[in-house]
Design a protein around this ligand. Structure first.
Ligand code: CO8
Length: 260
């Protein structure tokens, strides 16, 4: 299989750029998630790497979130394997010692939003066609508690309650207002702005920044890492329900029809 993620590490700056290149929409398939976890682990262990910028190599889309076809019409064994990979992606990213910056150069629904939220800083292209948010309820599914926690830690409880129940996909300006993203810049400046922000974050001594980050995030991470199998079992039971499969099927059909 061809690589869905390109990693370029500049060892003079200590900054790696991870470019998602899984057409058509960088959806997080099992392959994508596995490659992501391996790439993160390699960078984490590489002493010369101190920061990672996540971005998309595809036009208009950062990531369409979890690959719905991995959750539709598949058996419980597959669901369990897939869900462990989703957990791993989040644990590696949210728990990273490196500085992580999302250069969001396109739409970023659901799992794509989670990925951006799990970084330390978010810069989004100021394009009225792009949106970002945890829209799970629109698919008839429910964002897991650790998706909710990550959102809550970023934009607060009240905004998260609204956002999650309504499945809000924020416009870029609303996302900025809510604090869901930190900066909006013209599309062609997203990567250079991310590089500048990275330099600022890297000017802080690693050890003090890392301990601070880990103190801020530890409780949220422990909640999942000490309950991973319970969370897998819950997901498998939920996603294999007839009613949930029906909702996902209808949503997939809507995606296809919208296109035609
Ligand atoms: N998974 C699988 N296939 C997808 C996905 C996806 N997430 N998103 C799009 N596709 C497919 C489309 O069906 C289409 O396929 P085809 O070419 O065969 O018709 C192809 O990708 C291209 O899509 P579009 O034509 O729609 O491309 P656009 O550029 O017009 O739009 C968007 C791009 C905005 C990304 C749009 O495709 C979209 O809105 N996609 C759906 C995004 C979404 O809702 N994702 C939610 C995924 S669920 C999730 O991430 C968290 C789940 C947590 C689980 C909780 C359970 C307990």
């Amino acid at each position: 299989t061809t690589s869905k993620i390109k990693v370029d590490l500049d060892s003079s700056t200590g900054v790696a750029v991870m470019t998602f290149q899984g057409p058509p929409v960088n959806s997080m398939s099992l392959d994508f998630l596995t490659e992501f976890a391996i790439s993160m682990e390699k960078l984490e262990l590489d002493k010369s790497c101190r920061g990672v910028i996540l971005t998309s190599g595809l036009p208009k889309i950062f990531s369409a979130g979890l690959d719905i076809t991995e959750m539709y019409g598949k058996g419980p064994e597959h669901a369990a394997v897939f869900w462990r990979a989703v957990q791993e992606m989040w644990l590696k990213l949210y728990g990273s010692n490196m500085v992580t910056i999302a250069a969001i150069n396109g739409s970023s629904p659901a799992g794509g939003c989670l990925m951006a939220l799990s970084c330390d800083y978010r810069i989004m292209a100021d394009n009225p066609r792009y949106s970002i948010g945890l829209n799970e309820t629109l698919l008839g599914i429910v964002a897991p508690f650790w998706f909710m926690d990550t959102m809550n830690n970023t934009i607060g409880n009240r905004e998260t309650e609204k956002a999650l129940q309504l499945g809000l996909l924020y416009s870029t300006s609303d996302a900025l207002k809510a604090g869901l993203v930190d900066e909006l810049v013209p599309e062609e400046k997203v990567l250079t702005t991310a590089t500048e922000a990275m330099a600022k974050w890297l000017s802080i001594p690693d050890h003090s920044r890392q301990i601070t980050k880990s103190m801020m995030r530890k409780q949220t991470i422990d909640k999942l890492s000490s309950n991973r199998e319970t969370d897998v079992n819950y997901f498998v039971k939920f996603i294999t329900k007839d009613s949930i499969q029906k909702s996902l099927g209808m949503y997939l059909a809507m995606l296809k029809k919208r296109k035609a």
